[in-house]
Ligand binder design. Structure first.
Ligand SMILES: [Fe+2]
Ligand SMILES: [Fe+2]
Length: 265
């Protein structure tokens, strides 16, 4: 392992994080003494473990994205929407002071929020006109179906609660449980704000997208009813340029074919 000396009393040990033949990243710890052979070996072992963990993490995200892709083949709610809400939610969570561990679950829950729609019948999922009351009751089962699909994936942690609670409303009028205010898991409360925002600022077959400004106005109208006021307020303080960059990042990170491209094949 190469050791680089910056000056008389500072040393760097650049260590690549590898998984098999792939380099996933680089750590470059510094120390104030010339590292011994055994400390370099220990660092190498740690890098191997970290490389394998990183690889597992990206594999997991790929599996989760593949699941949203499976949903996209059945529903208009696209993988791009899942990526965008995941990106916005992660950014908002940083502003709320959440730690990296919690943010990971929030991002995964956001990616998978509508996975339960896979279990809805085509006649309801693809019905062009408005749904009857009975059909609406069937649609309202999708958070529970999603939760049941993911129930045994322990690594998803609190992401599963976000899937279950993503249609709960701050004032208790949501579903499936009619939870109110802080009974709703924090991740689901954050998610609801960004999901509403992304839905309004994206084109739908039956209407054009709203501008960020119009959507924020609408968010403030439903704040305290559908969504939590404090979280909404913090989201509103993220400026439009920043939101536009996040949106672009989420969309450009997608290298999977869109539904239309899949159908063209
Ligand atoms: Fe949903
Ligand atoms: Fe959504």
């Amino acid at each position: 392992m190469l050791v680089k000396q910056r000056n008389d009393n500072y040393w760097f040990i650049p260590v690549p994080l590898r998984y098999e033949n792939q380099i996933l990243g680089l750590i470059n710890p510094g120390c104030t003494y010339r590292p011994s052979e055994s400390s370099r070996k220990a660092l190498g072992t740690m890098a191997l473990i970290a490389g394998s963990a990183l690889n597992n993490m990206s594999l997991r995200e790929e599996v989760l994205l593949a699941m949203t892709k499976a949903l996209e083949a059945r529903d208009d709610e696209t993988e791009a929407h899942a990526r965008r809400v995941s990106m916005y939610a992660g950014h908002l969570a940083v502003r709320l002071g959440m730690d990296a561990y919690e943010i990971r679950f929030l991002r995964w829950g956001s990616l998978l929020h509508d996975i339960g729609k896979i279990g809805l019948p085509d006649a309801i999922l693809h019905k062009p006109g408005p749904l009857t009351e009975e059909e609406m009751q069937v649609v309202k089962r999708h958070p529970q179906i999603g939760y049941d699909i993911l129930r045994n994936l322990g690594f998803l942690g609190q992401a599963r609660e976000i899937v279950l609670a993503h249609h709960e409303h701050w004032d208790g009028t949501g579903y499936p449980k009619g939870l109110q205010e802080e009974e709703i898991p924090l991740g689901a409360r954050i998610f609801s704000v960004v999901d509403a925002f992304d839905a309004m600022t994206s084109d739908r077959p039956y209407r054009k997208a709203m501008s960020f400004k119009e959507a924020k106005k609408e968010l403030s109208r439903v704040s305290g009813r559908q969504i939590e006021p404090k979280i909404t307020h913090i989201f509103m303080n993220i400026n439009d340029e920043e939101l536009a960059i996040l949106r672009q990042q989420a969309e450009s990170s997608s290298n999977l074919p869109t539904k239309n491209k899949l159908l063209e094949r």
